[in-house]
Design a protein. Structure first.
Length: 86
């Protein structure tokens, strides 16, 4: 995966869609491993019904987590591979 470095603030609020064009929600925050800095998940806000049906991992508050390894690209919106979500 070749994703250009972006600042955390530049990613917040961006829409998240699958490469098939299905909307999942918008970026609320990002989780990472504090010791290594490895990015782990994107936390969604305003997750769609479709995102909720995917049975993805959720936070204690019920927010959907998108695994970082599912990201394909970051531009005006974030594209994820639906196959890598399963």
């Amino acid at each position: 995966m070749n994703i250009e470095k972006q600042r955390h603030k530049e990613v917040l609020g961006k829409p998240v869609v699958t490469k098939e064009g299905k909307r999942l929600g918008t970026v609320k925050d990002i989780t990472f491993e504090t010791r290594t800095g490895e990015l782990l998940h994107i936390i969604l806000k305003d997750s769609t019904m479709y995102a909720n049906q995917l049975e993805l991992e959720k936070t204690n508050q019920g927010e959907v987590l998108i695994p970082y390894n599912a990201l394909i690209s970051i531009a005006d919106f974030i594209v994820v591979s639906e196959e890598d979500l399963m």
